[in-house]
Unconditional design. Structure first.
Length: 95
């Protein structure tokens, strides 16, 4: 069992990692997702403290990875009929 102090240290390290990543990407003018930086920092801090077995990978895949993959697909499927009905001219499809 992991002590509360260790868990607090892991969370703090994850937050600091996410914040530093956001600051570095801002400094260099790179696009970045704050939520992805936070998840990456928390996962990285957990791996550093507890090893690969400390992360519940099923939860990471089902709650983070799959929604990140499917949300743009669902958005495209939803918006495409509305764009066609509205008569939107797709710039890449105009000959």
């Amino acid at each position: 069992m992991v002590s509360r102090i260790l868990w607090l240290g892991i969370v703090l390290a994850g937050l600091v990692g996410g914040i530093l990543w956001n600051l570095l990407t801002w400094l260099f003018g790179l696009p970045s997702s704050s939520s992805h930086a936070l998840f990456g920092g928390l996962i990285g801090a957990t791996i550093a403290a507890l090893g690969m077995g400390g992360v519940k990978w099923n939860g990471v895949i089902s709650s983070i990875v799959l929604p990140a993959i499917f949300s743009p697909v669902v958005a495209g499927v939803v918006v495409l009929p509305a764009a066609i009905v509205s008569g939107y001219q797709f710039p890449l499809l105009i000959a």
